[in-house]
Design a protein around this ligand. Sequence first.
Ligand code: HEC
Ligand code: HEC
Ligand code: HEC
Length: 470
Amino acid sequence: MRLNASLPALGAALAASLVSLTSHAAVSEADEALIQKGEYLARAADCSACHRPPEETDKPFAGGYVIASPMGDIVASNITPSHEYGIGDYSEAQFKRALTEGIRADGAHLYPAMPYTAYSGLTDDDIHALYVYFMHGVEPVDEPTPETSLPFPFNLRFSMAAWNFLFLDDAYTYDPEQSEALNYGRYLVDTLGHCGSCHTPRNALMGESSDRYLSGANVGGWYAPNITSDASGIGSWSEDELVQYLRTGHVENRAQAGGGMAEAIEHSLRHLSDDDLHSMAAYLKQVPPTATGPAIDVSQAPHEVEPVSLATLEPLRSDDTQAMVDADSIDGQTLYNAACASCHQVDGQGTEDQFYPSLIHNTATQGVNADNLIMSVLQGVHRETNDYTVAMPAFGEQLSDEQIAAVSNYVLSQYGNPELEVDAARVTELRQGGPTPLLVKAMPWLIAAGVIFVLFVLGMITFLIRGKKR
Ligand code: HEC
Ligand code: HEC
Ligand code: HEC
């Protein structure tokens, strides 16, 4: 009897707990989906490229990595949910403000090394997913990062308010005239991928110059080329070639990715879906053209390379980069055959499988400048792809600036754009991180002008007071 009575009760209880179990599972499944969405967005926005520790560790987003800016070194923050050292106490509204307005939870302005001018276009849904991911999908790391201390006047964080007034606007607006895919491609390029932070040249005040959108710029010595649809940009690339470049950093007979582009591919782009990469490529293909030089299709670059007898070169060939130290030759051909030919081959055509690429059909040797040729020799090329590791050794230690100029000129005259010429002074400049922007060059004068102005005002006041006393 008691058994009978309690059975339905037990059944009801079981059913109830099942319901609560399934609904609990449903909620956590929704959370899980949101966390995964946030993780994917964090990849597309490349948060980890900057917010990483200075050395390779298993502490993603712990910060401490130093970004060399023209104003000085800026340290990326710890953005793990650590309450003491990270963003564990950020509300979603504060998180949104940091991302889209560049204002920290304590109200201080962030430096634009954090790409908030691009992220200002983030949708609220995406900010929510990112917030849920950073709060629940990232392990807290309770370790401080060093303080950023820039020289006067850049140490005055509030001066960024004036800069924001000039350069911060809602970068992204939906264009109903365009397809979903093109709109999303633009969102991926402009807002999440912040491609313009490297590929758009900056004006005298270091803001991105909107009338030269994506038309090519210097970044830390490397040159981020023109990626508008112009024939001097990526006009001759097919959509599939662009997708392949963004996923692997390597397109046969066109280009390879070194420097910051290699990092963007390694940390971000290679993890994106096929659909998203196609949307980006389709969008890039129809960005209004900006001409920056003559039309060029490097895959068709005409070039007759004179055959060289291997026997005459054999004594010069070496795989030992250290051997270069003793070779104080400044003859470009001698240097090329000793340091480069083992991979790129004596005729510059690269290996048959193009794992060691052709230097003839190559944007680094056929572009509007030779900066990426110089930088790849100075720093080498390193990239993890989804399937293999790419590594060209760096020769910056072994070769002097004069030698690098000589080997570059040999490469340009034999395989590349013979109209380009490299002098040792350019190598020296790029070794030190590239040309200094005008704002930084002008700063001592601006400070001097400010001091003179203050002295002038003080002088006027003294004069007026004296005048009154009389
Ligand atoms: C190109 C480099 C770069 C990228 C990409 C980047 N950040 Fe940052 N971020 C920084 C730097 C540098 C700072 C610190 C700036 C300063 O001290 O003024 C910062 C600061 C922040 C802060 C403020 C933290 C604090 O209280 O100090 C938050 C939050 C943040 N970033 C979140 C993100 C998120 C989320 C992403 C990806 C969607 C991201 N960042 C992508 C460079 C970057
Ligand atoms: C951190 C700086 C940086 C960012 C961010 C960046 N790029 Fe690049 N990009 C470069 C540099 C530098 C090169 C030249 C690489 C080389 O030749 O070794 C390059 C090369 C390229 C090329 C090949 C162009 C050519 O003619 O060889 C394409 C296409 C490209 N980037 C697209 C993009 C897109 C799309 C984005 C945004 C998702 C992006 N880049 C973001 C720095 C950057
Ligand atoms: C050990 C083999 C090796 C040697 C030696 C070598 N390279 Fe490379 N080089 C590579 C690889 C690998 C790549 C990148 C391929 C890729 O990204 O898929 C590359 C890429 C390049 C690029 C394109 C860089 C870019 O970012 O666009 C240039 C230019 C280049 N090498 C020039 C040289 C010169 C000049 C020398 C001699 C001073 C040299 N290489 C020596 C293996 C080598």
